[in-house]
Design a protein around this ligand. Structure first.
Ligand SMILES: C[S@@+](CC[C@H](N)C(=O)[O-])C[C@H]1O[C@@H](n2cnc3c(N)ncnc32)[C@H](O)[C@@H]1O
Length: 242
């Protein structure tokens, strides 16, 4: 029975992925293959993945916006939770000769896929490790985070955010995304189904990320509608302006 349910869900998500790829104007084949790898990782570890489908190139463009617009040299970039590499693809396009892109991804199957996809880029390094175990010797100019904070435990979220604070240069920019509407709907459903304890934990995480954002001098958020679900991208900087 459990197997049957999984099969139906895989079929549903696969058809959905093909339809969705037409909407986002991506090459159907690429998106389908990526979605297949993504979905199989979702089945292995749904909490860790925290999403049913990869982000769209539109979200990738937005989350890397400030990297695209910058005049720079020898830039250090950290991408956390790359999945099938939608953001990595966009970052790869933006990399200059002396830049370094560290990609930290916990899922080993996804790391194999990422290594295949980006083997031609000398300055992209794929690290199969949890961000909690990542201890670089330098600080970053940009951190692009694809982690599903709202799906994690609060203690884990606190540790990750602390790491981001430590890893980013004073002049650096952190960006991460959060699905729009989903937090309100989740809270509503948890209220309707009397899941009070879970709701409390969920609200605690929302407050923690809010508190993190407000600890930066500069903060901005932008909505991306062409993603499923639509998402906000949050940008933060310790100094100056965006
Ligand atoms: C929501 S997916 C986002 C993937 C991709 N950035 C995108 O937007 O399509 C989250 C990714 O974070 C990875 N991840 C989860 N926990 C992690 C951790 N502790 N360290 C590094 N990566 C992690 C998951 O394996 C997954 O690939």
């Amino acid at each position: 029975m459990e197997e049957k349910k999984r099969l139906v869900l895989i079929l549903f998500l696969s058809f959905f992925a093909v339809g969705f790829s037409k909407i986002v104007g991506n090459k159907v084949g690429d998106f389908f293959v990526d979605s297949g790898s993504f979905i199989s990782s979702v089945f292995k570890n749904p909490k860790q993945m925290g999403a049913a489908l990869p982000s769209t190139p539109f979200l990738a463009k937005k989350i890397t916006k400030y990297i695209r617009g910058s005049k720079r040299q020898g830039t250090k970039i950290l991408e956390v939770g790359a999945g099938t590499g939608v953001f990595t693809q966009e970052l790869a396009r933006l990399l200059k000769k002396d830049d370094v892109l560290d990609v930290v991804e916990i899922d080993s199957d996804l790391c194999i896929l990422l290594r295949e996809k980006f083997c031609g880029y000398k300055n992209i390094k794929i690290h199969n490790v949890s961000i909690l175990d990542w201890n670089p010797e330098y600080k970053y100019d940009y951190i692009v985070s694809g982690l599903p904070f709202n799906a994690f435990e609060i203690s884990f979220v606190k540790k990750i955010l602390y790491k981001y604070q430590r890893f980013i240069k004073d002049t650096g920019i952190i960006s991460y995304f959060e699905y729009a509407v989903v937090p309100s709907v989740t809270k509503f459903l948890m209220t309707v189904f009397f899941m009070n304890e879970r709701k409390e934990k969920y609200v605690e995480i929302l407050n923690e990320t809010k508190c993190f954002r407000s600890s930066f001098k500069v903060y901005k958020k932008e909505l991306v509608l062409r993603n499923f679900p639509p998402a906000y991208v949050h940008f933060m900087k310790k100094q100056s302006f965006l």
